[in-house]
Structures are given as C-alpha cells and as structure tokens.
Design a binder for this molecule. Structure first.
Ligand code: CUK
Ligand code: CUA
Length: 629
C-alpha cells in the first residue's frame, strides 16, 4: 500500500534559495564577510606583503607569520588527532584551525556516524566507537601532491581510512585482517599505487585462541592496500615488532622501524637488545611472490612469509632485508631525493642513514648503513627542507636538531660534527613536519613541531593539558631556526602533512552525481508508506523542511531522505531529531538519509541545528508518532 501526501502531511512551498534571507541573499556568505573584513584591514595592513613572497626574507631578523583577517594561508596542514579519532586541518603559517574531519569518531556537527551512509561505513569497519589517527599522508602523483586523497591509519584497531579531499570527508575505511594495531602508514610513491599499513602488535596468526602464551609464535604483518578499492591486497609476515614506516620515491622500497626484535612481552625485555630491525621491503619482489602463488591465504588475504628464516629471504635478494639499527628506532623517513632512509634511534642518541641504492647491491644489508650522526637524546622523527638538511626531534632533550645529511655520511659514525644547530621546543616533541617534506620538493620555509607536553605554556585548564604545536621558521640558514608561534592542540597530534594551498581544489557545494542518495527537490517531496515502513523524502531550504509535520505510527521504521537544495555556498542546514539521537548535516546540494524505528509515541520537534538565517530557530517541523492501537 502506497499513500502519498495523506493526512496532515503539509508540504511546504518551494522558494528559490536566494530570495528568503535578505542578509545572505545573492552573495555567498564567505565573500560577504571577506568584503567587509578586507575593507577594514586595508588601512591597518597597507604595505604589508606576504613575507613568503618577499625576497628579502632571508635577512629578516624577525619572522612574521601574521595572516591578516580575511587573508588566506599559504599551506594546508593535516594533523592527526590521535585517539580523538579525527584529522585537523590548519592553515600555515597562521596555525588557525580551519576544519576538523571526523574519521574513526562519530561527530554530530558534521552528522558523521549519524546518517545511514557513514554509520554503515563505521559499522562495516568493525563498529568500534573510537580510533587512533597517527599518520596522515596525502596522495601524490609523480612525487608531488595531487590533491585527491588523504590516508590515515587507526593505530588502535588496525584500520586504514581514506579522506576525499574534494569534500574533506572520510569516504572509506578498511578493517585490516590478521593484525592488531596498524601504526606506520604511507603510500608507495611516486604515484600512490599502494597504501602501506605497518602492523605493530605481535599476535598469533590467525589469532583464534592458538599459541596464547607462546610469544615466540606471535607475528606482525605489513599490509598493502589498494588506494582505490581500499582492499588489502597482500601482507608480509615478519619477525619482531614494527613501528613507523616510509616508502622510497621510486616504487620499490618500503622501510619500517621496530622496537622488539627480542620478541618479548614486557618493557624491560623489549628494550634489552642494543639493536633492533629496520626492515626494507622489496615490494616488486613481494608482488612477484604473490603472483606466483607462494603465499598462504589467511582471512581472505595472501600472506607472504617474510620472516628472517623464510626461504624467500635466502640468498642475495631477500624480499625483506633486516638491518641492525640501534636501539628501538622509531621514526623513519626517506630523503626528498630518494637516496636515503633515515631512522631515528629513540633509545640511542644517533640516527642511522641507509643508502637505498647500495641496499640493492650489497650482500650484507648492514653494509648499506652509510652514516650514524650523534644527534642528542631521544631522536624520534626527521623532516627535510630540500636543501640537504635534516631536522630531527629529540624527545628527551626537548629540542629540534638541524643537521647536514652529506656531512653525516662523510663523518665518522657517532660524530656530532654534522649537527648545525639545536633549538629548544616546549616540550618533548614527537613528530615534526616541514612544508611538503614527504614529496620530492620540500618548500623549506615552515616546520611544525608537535610537542607532547605544554606544561607552563598556556592558561591552566585542569589536569588534562593541551599539547603544543610550535611553528618554526627554517627558511634562513644564516640566521638559523626561529620559533614563531605556540598553538595549543587537543589530544593528540602525532604526524602531519603540509601541502601548498594551490594544490588542493575542494568543492564549495556538493555535486549530486558524487553520491548515491536520491536528490530530493521541492517537487520530489513525498511520503511513501508500505507495510510498517515510512519513507519521507523532503528538501530543506531557508527556512523550512519539505513538511511542516510528518505523522507515523508507533513501531514504524522511518527513513528520512533529505536534500539541502541551496546552491549558495556555506548555507548549511541539518535535520536534528534529538530524542531519536539523530542529527544529519546537510551542506548545499547534499542529500543524506537516516533510518530509525519510531518506538516512542509523542510529539518530536525536528529542527535545523546550523544557524542558517534570521529565521533559523523557526526552521523546524513536527514528527508526530501515533500510539499503536
Ligand atoms: S608515532 Cu606518535 S610520535 Cu605514531 Cu609516528 Cu612517533
Ligand atoms: Cu537551516 Cu538553521
């Protein structure tokens, strides 16, 4: 039985989106605000050109990172949000937080995890309520950012997510089998044809109750993920823990660090050995093994044996090279020219430089280690400026050390001579990221140091302190590094990618061709009833929904398909039905669906939660749930 427009369902009239609110009519709100701000700012900032365009910058003793009101930043930075589960988007150099992108967390302001599509995606990805984002990496073509996607791992639940940079929203998540905790994450370059997820915790394989208390039988895997389908295409079983990872620039090597070659289960045992492995995965060789069928399929994924004593590692061309690196090395990153992988010692004051070309030639993989500068206490991560310098965080010393890569190769192992300069940071840095440091062409001007502790840097806010992301100018080799700005950060950024603003081209409104839901115009507004199911199709526009009221029966399964038909950028609506725990955000031209069971009779106001116009508070309708007879 189908019944349309019956009872007290009152369709609202349709108006074009530009004639209802005089304040916002005809001019996109962003442009409207900008016009006002720019007029005011003109006088105050007259003559002030962007510092980055100024050739005299190198001699400026004071670096100004000011971005005047109404002006845009030069870079986007994508910072992970740790176990908040999200990604934060900053403008650099202002360090203004521009947007947050929910990934593994539900987030009501973006309706993420509240509409059918995103809640199904989260459910299909394991149904966890939280995740731990660490390493956001942007897709590249020919070793340069192509503006298409960002990928980020869930260290907690062993997942990988993709963010569509057209809409700045998470569009896919894969729950990676055969692994617990995926830490390092990056793409195979130059063209992002694989995404790597580095398995951290060692567990039995398969983890089905066997070998419970036999840690020697635990393993971890490197996972290779197809960036388009987000399917896990192969895994490699290895000895020891893995930690971080980075790929070479030429499609061949992937490097991972690790901290438990001892294969222990307690902290003191895990750190007892003087060296741990950096593993170098020869990924085309692994693909040949997969193509030849030399794998075991576990939970639907081809798993290749890359353990030390695997026959695939016999001889001079192993699929996984095990290099001995002091001591529980943490970060590893490949230099922009693709020549070296640099691993930071964490429990050892050195970094280890691996010559990637040599690695393919030597019989003993350790002979590819060509330098080991002594940097300071607790080296964790390294970034690059494209001028031959490396910048490494020193967690224990609370410093960033700038050093010369070629000088470190020429110097004795363990020499401090390659160190150029150290700068204090506040406090205890983890990652640092320099502008476009993960590409072949770093910009060499800004560096963000992601400090774990802020201690005395900000107003006290109780026992949970913010972290401190510090902006450092690195564009002047004569004057040295300059600390420019403190930025408090909610727990807890780990890594970041920084990309020039003009390399991204986000949409300002949705294109209905990009989603599956049915676009509901004012003419399509309709209610379809069939066997205890009610499908409400309605548009939304300033300042009303398609119906003033919608009546359903107690026990009905109700689906709302709602389109925001506005074409004016920045004019968001939402459909909130709080008692049913619903809030779906609706950006211009976006359609979302939400399904729920109307199990409580009563009157429920449905309203728009975005302040969309002067009549925003009036933008509401009633859901009437009639008691069952
Ligand atoms: S890890 Cu957190 S500071 Cu996930 Cu890259 Cu080193
Ligand atoms: Cu629409 Cu408020």
């Amino acid at each position: 039985m189908t019944d349309t427009h019956s009872g007290n369902q009152t369709p609202t009239e349709s108006k074009s989106s530009d004639d209802r609110d005089p304040l916002f009519a005809r001019i996109p709100r962003r442009d409207f605000m900008k016009a006002g701000a720019a007029a005011g700012a003109m006088g105050a900032f007259a003559g002030c050109t962007s510092l980055l365009d100024d050739d005299d910058l190198a001699s400026a003793s004071d670096v100004d990172a000011t971005v005047p009101p109404g002006e845009h930043d030069d870079y986007y930075a994508f910072l992970s949000g740790g176990h908040s589960g999200e990604i934060r988007v900053y403008g650099v150099p202002s360090m203004r937080q521009i947007m947050r992108i929910p990934v593994f967390n539900k987030e009501s302001a973006r309706g993420y995890g509240h509409d059918d599509r995103t809640s199904e995606m989260l459910e299909n990805a394991g149904g966890y309520t939280w995740g731990d984002t660490h390493h956001p990496r942007l897709s590249q073509t020919n070793n340069d950012y192509d503006g298409r996607f960002a990928y980020v791992n869930d260290k907690a639940n062993g997942r990988m997510a993709r963010i569509d940079l057209k809409y700045f929203e998470t569009d896919a998540i894969v729950d990676i089998p055969n692994t617990q905790g995926v830490h390092g994450a990056c793409a195979r370059l130059p063209d992002t044809d694989l995404i790597f997820g580095v398995g951290e915790f060692r567990v039995p394989m398969p983890n089905d109750g066997r070998d419970l208390d036999d840690p020697s039988a635990y393993t971890s895997v490197l996972s290779a993920i197809d960036p388009e389908t987000m399917d896990v295409v192969w895994q490699v079983l290895v000895d020891g823990n893995m930690d971080n990872g980075d790929g070479g620039k030429d499609g061949r090597w992937f490097f991972s660090t690790g901290y438990n070659s001892e294969e222990a289960v307690t902290e003191s045992e895990m750190s007892s050995s003087e060296t741990d492995y950096v593993k170098a995965f020869d990924t085309p060789a692994i693909e040949e093994v997969v193509d030849a069928g030399e794998y075991e399929e576990v939970n639907g994924v081809p798993v290749v044996d890359g353990r030390k004593d695997s026959s695939l590692n016999d001889g001079s061309d192993p699929i996984v090279h095990y290099l001995d690196v002091p001591k529980s090395p943490h970060g590893v990153s490949v230099t922009p020219d693709g020549e070296y992988a640099i691993a930071s010692g964490k429990l050892d004051p050195t970094a280890t430089i691996i010559d990637i070309e040599r690695l393919a030639e030597v019989d003993d993989s350790n002979d590819a280690i060509v330098g080991q500068p002594r940097l300071g206490m607790g080296p964790l991560h390294t970034a690059y400026d494209g001028r031959g310098h490396a910048y490494t965080t020193l967690f224990v010393d609370s410093q960033v050390v700038k050093w010369d890569i070629e000088a470190a190769i020429e110097a004795e192992m363990g020499s401090e001579d390659p160190v150029i300069e150290k700068i204090d940071v506040h406090y205890n840095p983890g990652h640092l990221i320099a502008a476009e440091s993960y590409t072949a062409d770093p910009q060499g001007d800004w560096l963000i140091c992601l400090n774990k502790l802020s201690k005395d840097r900000f107003l006290p806010v109780g026992p949970v302190y913010p972290e401190n992301d510090q902006l450092i100018y690195i564009g002047d080799d004569d004057e040295g590094m300059k600390l420019v700005k403190d930025t408090p950060a909610y727990a807890e950024p780990h890594d970041a990618s920084m990309v020039k603003a003009d390399k991204l081209d986000p949409a300002s409104i949705y294109d209905p061709d990009d989603y599956e839901e049915e676009f509901i115009s004012a003419q399509d507004t309709d209610i379809i009833r069939e066997d205890g199911r009610v499908h409400v199709k309605m548009h939304s526009v300033r300042n009303q929904f398609g119906f003033h009221d919608v009546t359903v029966q107690e026990g009905d399964e109700v689906t709302f398909t709602v389109t925001n038909v506005e074409e004016t950028p920045d004019m968001l609506h939402s459909l909130a039905i709080p008692q049913y725990d619903i809030n779906i955000k609706l950006a211009p031209q976006e359609t979302r669906e939400v399904t729920f069971t109307a199990d409580e009779p009563g009157v429920y106001w449905m309203y728009c939660a975005f302040f969309c116009s002067a009549l925003h508070l009036e933008m509401r309708s009633r859901l009437l749930v009639e008691p069952a007879e």
